[in-house]
Every structure is written in structure tokens, then in C-alpha cells.
Design a protein. Structure first.
Length: 381
């Protein structure tokens, strides 16, 4: 897929710079994703209910426009196709909130490179998450929405699951704080660091937990603690985050937030062009997908029904996310709501940013980084 971006950066909501055109022409190689897609049939009903809920917290026009463009139900119903509709609604509302929060605070806006302001804001927000009874501490409308989600989660889930959900928010916002900190110091993390921090920053633990919540399952600790299960969970999370990085590259270019993008990190480490780095990113992801497929087959041979269901959920998360990312308006459109018009790339919503390959681009790939090399040690030889 070839695309060009011409965007007015003065309205990016991030660092204040003079208006100028940014043009990026990249060919995104096809990705190998040998998982069949599925979507929950209630996707349209769930999407319609997100809008009035999100609009009820007094958010600004730009945030509401981004929320409408988020298509959160499309993502949610693709990663949890067997979910209960009521629980999927809660999940989709959270996804819409998280997408807009990420755009508003982490990847653009006045706090995107200000750890002192961002970290204190996040701490107040987490306090509202843990204690929704608490009085509203600031004028942050995002905190009000998160507090509402917390109340609804408590009414729908067990106390132990709610505690895990809260803890996973701390993981997510630690990762996002690392991204803000890196940006403030103009620091590009290493690939090893990104494979650790990127998973946190993409809220991978929350979404994996919420898929189980929506589908009424809970992998027992005796299974989740197994090294092989930990490895395949990590592989699914890195694939999820990596597909996001490939799809969002030009969008993050526009936002001046490439510090946490896999393609940009590979470009710096390999001292190569963005096009070569994009090809390398696809090769890395194809290699991890090969590992995922092999580990899944290995585990399935002796898995009970709970683990088999979990393996299916990981697969749905990978494919549902990829199908969403390749056509997501928040990546195919610059969405500068503060400006008079939307600056849109030729890759309009509905036109995929990348295609799928019939076979992987690599036959067998060595681990791309030390941080995840132990996954390959668990494969049967």
C-alpha cells in the first residue's frame, strides 16, 4: 500500500510548529496473519450507544469528533466476537475513551512532552478509577468518564477481576508515562526497551483481560503462570502493538510522536531509510507470528477447554485488531478537528493501509531482540 500524507502541523494539538506539509510515501508490505476474522453481530448497535454516552461528559468538540471517528465497537467486536453484548458495550465505551485519551494527552496536546504535568494528572485519574466515590479533584472531563466506567465495571464484574482491571491500568499508564518522558528528552528507546514498554503503552494487559470478561472466561492461574502460556500471551501482545505501529506510522509522524513506534526505532537501530525499516518491521512481525502459530499448535495438543478457549481469544485479538488498524480513520485521516477541514491522506477509511500475505516474508526468524528470546527456547525441537 502506498500512501502520502500532507498535513497542517499547526493544528496537530502537539508541539507548536509552523504550518508545513509533511509528505511520506511508503509501501507497507503485506503482513502474514493466518487467522480467520470474526465480528460480533451487535457491532452497529454497540457503536450507536457509544456516542451519547461519550457526549455526556462535557468534552470539547475535537474530542467528540475523534470519539465518533474511533469506531471503537468495530475494534471491540472484532477482538471479542463471542462476547456478551452488555459487557461488550462497557468494553467499547472504554476503548473509545482510551483512544481519545491517548490522542488528547499522550500523543498530542500540551502534556505530550511534559512528564511533570502528565504524571500528576494520571495519578489523579487513577485515584478516581480506584475510588469512584471520591469527589472530582480537577476539571478533567476524562476523569469523569473513567469514574463512570469504574462504577459500571464494579456492577458487572467480580471484585477480583475489578482489582486486576485497576492494576492493569497502572501498567498501561506507566507505559504511557515512559513515552511522554522519552519525548520530553528527545530519546529514542532501543528495540529491547520497546518490546517491554510498547506492550504496556498499548494497554495490552487491560484488553486481554477485558476479552475474557466479555466472553465470560477466566484462565486459571495454574495455566496462565506456565512459561509457554506467558510466552504466547507476550507474542500476541507484541503482534497487536506491532500492527498498531505499522498502521500508525504516518499518523505519528504527523503528531511528532514517533519515539515509541517500531518502524522508527528500527530505522534508528539499523541506520536505514523509513522504507527499509518498514520492511524490517513486517519481517519482525511475521517472525513472531510464526512463533505464535507454532506455540499455539504445541500448547493445543495437550490443552484443556479453558486453555483452548484462551488461545482462540489471543488469535481473535490479533486478527480483529489488525483488521481494524489497517482501515482505522484515526490513522488514515489526520483528524485535525481544530482546523477548518480534515486533512485526509489518499488512504481514506475503508481503503486498507496494508494487505495480507499468503505466506510469511521469512521462513524462520531468529529472535529479534534479547528481551523476548526466551520465547523461542520454549518451542519443541
Amino acid at each position: 500500500m502506498t500512501f502520502e500524507l500532507a498535513a497542517n502541523l499547526a493544528h496537530s494539538g502537539g508541539l507548536q510548529v509552523a504550518a508545513e506539509a509533511v509528505e511520506s510515501t511508503l509501501v507497507v508490505p503485506p503482513l502474514w496473519c493466518p487467522i480467520e476474522p470474526r465480528v460480533h453481530p451487535a457491532v452497529d448497535r454497540i457503536e450507536e450507544r457509544i456516542r451519547p454516552w461519550f457526549a455526556g461528559f462535557g468534552l470539547d468538540r475535537r474530542s467528540l469528533m475523534r470519539g465518533r471517528a474511533a469506531r471503537a465497537a468495530t475494534w471491540t467486536c472484532g477482538v471479542a466476537p463471542d462476547g456478551d453484548e452488555h459487557r461488550l458495550q462497557l468494553f467499547a465505551d472504554w476503548v473509545c475513551w482510551a483512544f481519545v485519551f491517548d490522542d488528547y494527552f499522550t500523543d498530542s496536546g500540551p502534556m505530550m512532552a511534559d512528564p511533570a504535568a502528565y504524571n500528576s494528572m494520571v495519578c489523579r485519574m487513577l485515584a478516581h478509577l480506584e475510588h469512584p466515590e471520591m469527589a472530582h479533584l480537577d476539571g478533567n472531563r476524562f476523569s469523569l468518564a473513567l469514574r463512570d466506567l469504574s462504577v459500571r465495571m464494579r456492577a458487572s464484574a467480580s471484585a477480583s477481576l475489578v482489582e486486576r482491571w485497576i492494576a492493569d491500568h497502572y501498567r498501561w499508564l506507566l507505559g504511557s508515562a515512559c513515552s511522554v518522558s522519552d519525548r520530553s528528552a528527545a530519546r529514542i528507546r532501543s528495540l529491547d526497551e520497546h518490546l517491554i514498554v510498547g506492550v504496556l503503552d498499548r494497554a495490552e494487559h487491560i484488553t486481554t483481560l477485558m476479552i475474557q470478561f466479555c466472553e465470560g472466561t477466566d484462565l486459571p492461574p495454574r495455566e496462565s503462570a506456565r512459561p509457554q502460556v506467558q510466552a504466547i500471551t507476550g507474542a500476541a501482545q507484541v503482534l497487536h502493538a506491532g500492527y498498531n505501529d505499522v498502521a500508525s506510522y504516518w499518523h505519528e509522524c504527523h503528531q511528532h510522536s514517533l519515539e515509541s513506534n517500531l518502524v522508527h526505532i528500527l530505522q534508528r537501530e539499523h541506520r536505514c531509510s523509513p522504507q527499509d525499516a518498514m520492511a524490517e518491521a513486517v519481517a519482525v512481525l511475521d517472525g513472531i507470528m510464526l512463533l505464535f502459530v507454532e506455540l499455539r499448535e504445541q500448547l493445543a495438543r495437550s490443552a484443556g477447554p479453558e486453555l483452548r478457549r484462551y488461545l482462540d481469544q489471543l488469535a481473535h485479538k490479533i486478527r480483529g485488531n489488525s483488521d481494524f488498524q489497517r482501515t482505522a480513520p484515526r490513522y488514515t485521516t489526520a483528524l485535525d478537528i481544530d482546523s477548518a477541514t480534515l486533512h485526509q491522506a489518499p488512504a481514506a477509511p475503508g481503503v486498507p493501509l496494508y494487505e495480507y500475505a499468503d505466506k510469511p516474508s521469512v521462513v524462520r526468524r531468529d529472535p529479534p531482540a534479547k528481551a523476548i528470546s526466551w520465547w523461542w527456547d520454549l518451542l519443541d525441537r
